[in-house]
Design a protein around this ligand. Structure first.
Ligand code: GLA
Length: 343
């Protein structure tokens, strides 16, 4: 039977996010099915660089070593983000806020360290993640209609995205540099992303692609909404990626949910609905052949999905293509079917 990577070899890479644990527990599945790997959390600023003079490389190294041994390249994730920011980065030792110069110097040193250590087997980097504001990030940034208000805007300033991309290019001129964002299907948000990236490109900043996170659900997003967003971003003439894909079985992946339903016996129709959705999304992506360079699943199998812990700890979810025993689900076969491959 063909694997995901084989079925899509003429379309795009098929990636997976791994933790330092799942890289071991799901090693066989990963090496068989996928041809790109993201560290789920292990390269995030706070995790890998918890103190100014201290790096915690071991968890990311484990994933990196596995990737090298199996000839699978990494997606670097992520340098600049509004979460996982270590305290030392935003406060000086005397407790006063870090200055713009402090922040930029620390960011440069951080990027240099990671790009030099992991760059040889890394095919692209999420340089900035989730900079654009939306309703969930209110109160809105009061200076700028595009960016969320966070320590980067507050301490570095409105040009921090540009600074980060310029720095990354300076450190690794040949690296592929990606802007990554969620809820791109939302038209207003998609407009802001378009405006941000267009502004960067117009100012001569090297941006090599846009990552659309795919934390979606069996209910949506609607295919037409997605198509409109893809068309809008494609007009920037940059490759796109689906960077973090999973289809929650709950109607709303992120919103309020009922804590009284920690069930793991989902009705068969719901899993069928999920399989059908996966097929529709992959068929849509195939309409854009050549535009998408990679689709990354956010986890190898249902047992290690972050959605078992978020938004409610312990509420079971089954959002991926492989079940808790690492066996292919109906959704897996339908993703193959979207590529014209019969199981
Ligand atoms: C965001 C981040 C990811 C991850 C997910 C949830 O999408 O980009 O790194 O933290 O949230 O797991």
């Amino acid at each position: 039977m063909k694997t995901l990577a084989e079925a899509y070899k003429d379309d795009c890479k098929i990636g997976v996010a791994l933790s330092a644990e799942s890289v071991q527990s799901h090693a066989g599945l990963v090496s068989a099915q996928f041809n790109s790997i993201t560290c789920e959390n292990e390269m995030k600023f706070q995790r890998i660089h918890p103190a100014q003079d201290e790096y915690n490389f071991e968890p990311a190294d484990k994933i990196y070593r596995f990737a090298v041994e199996h000839g699978i390249p990494l997606r670097g994730h992520t340098f600049v983000w509004h979460q996982e920011i270590p305290h030392w980065l935003v406060r000086r030792p005397d407790g006063t806020p870090a200055t713009r110069e402090d922040m930029l110097a620390h960011l440069r040193e951080h990027m240099e360290t990671l790009m030099h250590r992991y760059g040889r087997n890394t095919w692209c980097w999420d340089v900035v993640n989730e900079a654009v504001y939306d309703e969930s990030s209110l109160p809105q940034n009061r200076y700028n209609a595009l960016l969320r208000r966070d320590p980067w805007t507050d301490l570095v300033g409105e040009d921090y995205v540009e600074q980060a991309f310029r720095m990354a290019e300076h450190i690794a001129p040949n690296a592929q540099l990606i802007y990554n964002e969620y809820a791109v299907y939302d038209p207003a948000k998609c407009d802001r992303i378009y405006t941000l990236v267009k502004g960067l490109l117009d100012r001569g900043v090297k941006v090599d692609g846009i990552g659309m996170q795919g934390h979606w659900s069996v209910m949506g997003p609607d295919l037409d909404a997605l198509r409109r967003s893809i068309d809008r971003l494609a007009s920037l003439k940059l490759p796109l990626q689906i960077t973090e894909m999973d289809l929650s079985l709950y109607p709303d992946a992120g919103g309020p949910s009922n804590p009284d339903t920690p069930y793991d016996h989902f009705p068969a129709e719901l899993l069928e609905q999920q399989a059908a959705r996966y097929e529709q999304y992959f068929s849509l992506l195939r309409e854009y052949r050549g535009l998408f360079s990679c689709v990354t699943f956010w986890g190898a199998a249902d047992d290690v999905s972050w959605l078992n812990y978020w938004p409610l700890r312990g509420r079971c979810n089954q959002p991926l293509l492989f079940d808790r025993n690492q066996q292919p689900k109906e959704a897996f076969y339908r993703v193959l079917a979207a590529a014209g491959v019969k199981a």
